[in-house]
Design a protein around this ligand. Structure first.
Ligand code: FAD
Length: 477
């Protein structure tokens, strides 16, 4: 028998359209599919609670997809290099293939593994698969990475179109002995099980991803451009956790959207949707260019920003108890579902960094733990974008007014009624700012400000001025 090749799954938990896996299967050598749970390798960026929940179910789904192909996923836990080395010795594998990742810890890990295994005469190869365009392919005329989204995306669109997804691989498989039971990784919450109802919300795995993509293209794409701003409605794809775990490839999404366009879907809506995938690409390219983005401001002058860091305010924000209904609705949606609508992510992040003057890193950490789609590249770039310190960031002086945003994008107050039920009885005139409601309106809606719903923890106008003063201080420094 030929020596097997290990295919090491990482953030690419799918069996199809995976260039490295296809290459391994096409080699004629038997392939050992393997996943190693090694949270320590990621340092501060080990998966948070919501991501661990997703990972558990995604691995279960991958194992079952592989089983249908006649393969057995070998599950291990521990130091990646040690586990891969042991697997090579147990199976006489002569090569390890994997998909490339761009997180700084992951690229360092790839380099270390490459050096270690090549010195031991074991081939170590990494392949693309998680992006539409590899960072090295997209450069300015001067050969440098882009720092502004629009020219970046134009340069991407000027490239040859991403290749069609690869068909299901054929080839032979090899089963490794000694695979762990999934439950031994202890990825699921127990006491308390805060993810109890999540099965009704999410279907982790490639089948769930494809199903969600189909529903989005059939039922929501037609109104994506406008509808994507309305948090009470389902006009976005909610594919983000599936994409983050690699259960579906971005190029499959790309070609499915293009096929919808060919079948008559509005080109403008398709363009808008693909440009959001473009923002995902942009954040990965930025992280590849500047590995410090998750920890340090992209614009160096923000290093001196006079953050306040009020712990009570941070807790109120995390718990959805700020007294600003739209902010609270978003934070509760996040806690209860592992997801928050994009428009509301921007509003809650702006509120934390500008109204409360709390460092974007505190928000980044909270999102990291609570989002099912937590992505080091997108989360850190988005936080810096909102805070004003990022590449191509929103100008600092653009401070979202949470009540005005609510009136514009949650006109009827339905999103607030869903996530902040104690305000559900308020008429739409007051639901965005209950503190302006007359006493009899509050009473008939059974809202008791300061008792069953908080007074605003900061005054909008004063907080806005405080943020502008803080910004003026760093501009002058
Ligand atoms: P759709 O509107 O259907 O978009 C399709 C896909 O495009 C998404 O699944 C996602 O992969 C990508 N995308 C959409 N919007 C953005 C964006 N603004 N930036 C980058 N990619 C985008 N997204 C994450 O995937 N992980 C994160 O950790 C994350 N953290 C964020 C933190 C903050 C403070 C903010 C403001 C945004 C963050 N986003 C993050 C981006 C965005 O909110 C989500 O990608 C989006 O809400 C996911 O919902 P969807 O799949 O329905 O998106």
């Amino acid at each position: 028998m030929q020596n097997p090749i290990i295919f090491w799954f990482r953030q690419d938990l799918r069996a199809y359209d995976l260039p490295g896996l296809a290459k391994a299967l096409n080699s004629g050598q038997p392939v050992i599919p393997c996943y190693i749970y090694d949270p320590e390798a990621a340092g501060d960026w080990a998966p948070g609670g919501a991501s661990r929940w997703w990972l558990h179910h995604s691995l279960m789904s991958l194992a079952s997809d592989l089983e249908a192909l006649g393969a057995q996923l070998c599950l291990r836990s521990g130091h990646t290099q040690t586990e891969l080395q042991a697997l090579c010795e147990e199976t006489s594998a002569s090569a390890i293939y994997c998909s490339r990742q761009l997180e700084p810890w992951a690229t360092a890990q790839e380099q270390a593994l490459h050096d270690h295994f090549n010195a031991a005469d074991i081939t170590f190869k990494r392949y693309p698969g998680s992006l539409l365009f590899e960072p090295e392919a997209i450069r300015t005329g001067g050969g440098t990475p882009f720092k502004v989204f629009s020219p970046f995306w134009r340069a991407c669109l000027a490239q040859p179109e991403p290749a069609q997804p690869l068909a299901l691989p054929e080839g032979t498989w090899h089963s490794a002995a000694n695979s762990l039971e999934l439950d031994t990784l202890a990825l699921l919450p127990t006491k308390p099980d805060w993810a109890k109802g999540w099965h009704e919300l999410w279907s982790p795995g490639s089948d769930g991803a494809r199903q969600r993509l189909g529903v989005f293209l059939d039922e929501a794409l037609y109104n994506y451009g406008e509808g994507r701003n309305l948090p009470a409605h389902n006009f976005t794809s909610r594919l983000s956790p599936h994409i983050q775990f690699g259960e579906i490839s971005p190029r499959e999404i790309w070609h499915a959207a293009k096929a919808s366009e060919a079948a008559g879907a509005d080109s403008g809506e398709v363009r808008k949707f693909l440009s959001e995938l473009g923002w995902r690409e942009f954040s990965h390219h930025l992280l590849a260019m500047d590995p410090h983005i998750p920890e340090q401001p992209f614009k160096p002058n923000f290093a001196n920003f006079p953050w306040l860091g009020n712990a009570e305010h941070l807790l109120a924000w995390q718990r959805g108890q700020t007294g600003y209904p739209l902010v609270d609705a978003g934070m509760r949606e996040l806690w209860q579902t592992g997801y928050m609508h994009n428009r509301v992510r921007m509003i809650t992040a702006s509120f934390l960094t500008k109204h409360l003057l709390i460092h974007w890193r505190s928000g980044e950490d909270w999102f990291w733990d609570t989002l099912c789609d937590a992505s080091l590249a997108t989360n850190s770039c988005s936080w810096q974008w909102v805070a004003g310190s990022g590449a191509d960031a929103a100008p600092y002086f653009r401070i979202f007014n949470p009540t005005a945003q609510g009136k514009k994008f949650d006109t009827e107050g339905d999103y607030i009624r869903k996530w902040v039920p104690e305000l559900a009885g308020l008429p739409k005139k007051y639901i965005q700012e209950p503190w302006t409601a007359p006493a009899d309106v509050l009473e008939s809606a059974e809202v008791r400000l300061g008792e069953n719903y908080p007074e605003p923890i900061v005054d909008h106008a004063a907080a806005r001025q405080g943020a502008l003063d803080a910004y003026a201080a760093i501009k002058a420094s």
